[in-house]
Design a protein around this ligand. Sequence first.
Ligand code: SF4
Length: 314
Amino acid sequence: MFKTVHNNLQNWYAKNGRHDLPWRQTDDAYKIWVSEVMLQQTQVKTVLERFYFPFLETFPTLQDLANATEDEVLKMWEGLGYYTRCRNLHKTAKICQEQLPLTVEGLVVLPGIGQSTAHAVSAFAYKTPVPILDANVKRILYRVFGVKEAKERVLWEMAYALFDERHPYNYNQAMMDLGATVCQAKKTDCEVCPFVSVCKAYLDDPLLYPQKKIKKATPKRYRHIVIYEDDGKFALQQRQSRLLHGLWGFVEYEEVQNATVIGQVVHKYTHFHLHATVYHTSHPIEGVSWFTLAQINTLALSGADHKILALLKS
Ligand code: SF4
């Protein structure tokens, strides 16, 4: 049914595909998996420029990642955000040690690996003929099939229905590139699109597919952060919250008395905006670890704690 558009897509990909991406130059499942996890919430440019190569230089193999401490892995992830991804990456490496499973079914039961990542690793590393379903591919599916809302199960059905079993590897790569460059969230270039002859949204208004969710205002959270200083050292604690678990940070309170305000810091997380009032004091405190500024630079801190550190240094 889609033979002609599949041929169009192959031709489009041959001319326009991003063939030089480093994770397309390898069939090492570990490297492909790391790229997939990094790219889940982060743009290709950022991953390429700052994170992918340093991470793989530090942990060149799955076994190297498994042997590392959580602090070491978090430090290499610092700045990428969404730290649950990083902790799950490390947990999965510890479970697998030398080799990731060779099937979608084996991959999908591991920490942090959902259907989407399992399909992507299988398709790209093992050349398994299965479709992938990332955000770019989903957008194309909504538009080609003219569907405004769909459950994950239905999206997978559409992914399999449109899939090109004759050229599975190039089809998947092409779909990602098409979504990133032609069928974008806020702009489409339908005239050059390989799917234009079958696309239902093209006959309507592509930007109405999928239906936009009404965005709620992002809530604000107010916190008080105290920088305790004693003899050139500063008090830090390892965060326990799910969001930042394992990262180091200055001491946080709901309320503070008897400390000097040195400034304000605002940091935007996806689900809330943190508004922190920052204090400095030399009062004693227990249950913390003490570090010099040079030592703090070797720890993994959240983005908010980096801003607080900059405030302290200034
Ligand atoms: S024809 Fe337009 S809307 Fe349809 S898939 Fe292509 S770029 Fe997207």
